[in-house]
Ligand binder design. Sequence first.
Ligand code: IVH
Length: 683
Amino acid sequence: MDFKKNPDIDFKDVDKLSREEARKEVEALREGIEYHDYLYYVKNQPRISDAVYDKLFQRLEKLEEAFPDLLSDTSPTQRVGAEPVDELKKVAHAELMLSLNSALEEKDVRNFHDFMRRNTKGKTVEYVLEPKFDGLSIEVVYEKGRFQYGATRGNGEVGEDISENVKTIRVIPMHLQDGTGLPDFLSVRGEVFMTKQGFQQLNRERIEKGQDPFANPRNAAAGTMRQLDPKNVAGRPLDIFFYEILNIEGDGLASHWEALKQFDRWGLKTNPHREKASGFEAIASYHEKMSRRRDDLEYEIDGIVIKVDSYEQRAKLGVRQRSPRWAYAWKFSPKREVTILEEIVVQVGRTGVLTPVALLQPVDVGGVTVSRATLHNEDEVKKKDVRPGDKVRIVRAGDVIPEVMERVKAPGKKRQKPFSMPTKCPACGAKIFREGAYYFCPAGLSCPPQVVGRIVHYASRDALDISGLGEKTAQDMVQKGLVNDVADLYTLSAKDLLKLDGFAQKSATQLHDAIQETKHLPLDRFLYALGIRHVGRRMARVLGERFQNLEALKEATKNDLENTEEIGPEIARAVTQFFAEDINKQVLARLEKEGVEPNEMSGKQKALPLQGKVFVFTGKLKNYTRNEAQRRVEDLGGRATSSVSGETDYVVAGADPGSKLDDAKNQGVRIIDEEDFKKMIQG
Ligand code: IVH
């Protein structure tokens, strides 16, 4: 059985396997899955489809469930799943984790190079040049190729055990690829980082949820890696480059360059931009080249690292004050330039967040013409006290978006009035509101920069479930002027829809019908579809049950809302603001005119068939997606939760159920299959 080469095979029935057969298969599956992880995450050259991968993964889960004694905490199935901890344990590093001496100035780097030459007694010094990654330095330890633990740097001697968080990063292997023999003990060092794009996406989500955004990708990566609950780490866009051996047993390696090549063979991801060099000129040109490239990279770098290649020379050079003499970081100087701030405008993002942006007299900052720079939020503008007409200093750090750093004082010059945030949204005129450090436009239903996102949300599965209306189609609709807000959706004829890219008679009719069919759905789904801030699926249900029809909710005061169990002041405010906003009133009135009348909901007092019952789903259902099944339960008054506990009434076990089934058995919770479930929700 070799799932590396032949991943797509038909499996024998689990019941027919002996323990020994199962053990062999589990081993082969793990090896296969890890190999395909390696091809996908490290080499970026996947060789199998998602479907085949999933099949292997599910088979492994099934075998581990049938033969629990074969479970291993480094199995691919165990990457996420550890319980949260109260604090991170301390762990002593296998070797001191040193820091780097660094400089901004060329002359300091020349001095470093001269020192190397003097101290290597006339032999040429070969260097390895690498980018200096701006992330979080960690140690990862393998014994006989098997993952043991991961730790933060801490004070260099003792760090914090972040093994469970490290395990969620799928780029980091749980077993090294076994090409050329594995060392009994290996401790390696690398930099965990977040990609620029992943960081931006994460911050958008955080702002949307009312959480403070991270200041930069490094803080985001560092904050994430020190989380106490690994579930908060899984799924975050984290990556790693390994760059040093801290400690190794049974070593045959003579140089850093060779070590990095060995990392590649072991499946430890390295950075491709490394180069060998000797002499100062080569160093300077690498520094120049990387500083030009830095904006094009997907991750942040803040300089280059110059390392002596030969381990023998390194040993002779030694360490001074916790920094090796054999390595040096040459940082990039942040690019700064002075220009005139012409105007401060306010930009509306896709989620409705309002950002003050400085419009500048165009200026060249390190080879890029800059004419706009972000000012983040009103407090920043006040703190920096920048006003139209002022001279300002612009920095373009690793980030693509340049920033106004400070005002350059010009004594005697008369200044204009300080900036203040408008009271109305510059894109649609709605009255804006503040939450934390940010302002938002509440008119998501029709505010142009927000409208595509809102239509996509309105049509999404858990909202009104309009199939055929995704991001591309919504964008096309808005671009072609077919819709300006969600109410316009109902005015579209099938003929109008034919104007959309990729639509023909049949698909246009289908989409038209799908839209029209959403006119009388339960109130809570409609409320969720409106995309009111802080109103997720559950809150929409709470609101629906409390107010029962849209009219009553529209008229509810902040007090009425706050007097409802589960509704706090923030939600109460978001809801009243939403319905008070003129633009939203207009859109709602037009929706009504088009015949959109959500069905009234019955209040909580009227018992629904599944009132108060708590369901947990495990495994695959044939007739419903997980979301659909959960929605059915909720529509009938029940609740679906993700894990089995004392309050669980039923565990619905589909095909290939997971460990929740065991939890149910252990806790004596009633287990039903899909057929029983179907009867229950139909009866
Ligand atoms: S080597 C002593 N290589 O920079 C040698 N470090 O400011 C060990 N860093 O704490 C470090 N990129 O987290 C090395 N290519 C690279 C690096 C790198 C980033 C970090 C590392 C270190 C910090 C020092």
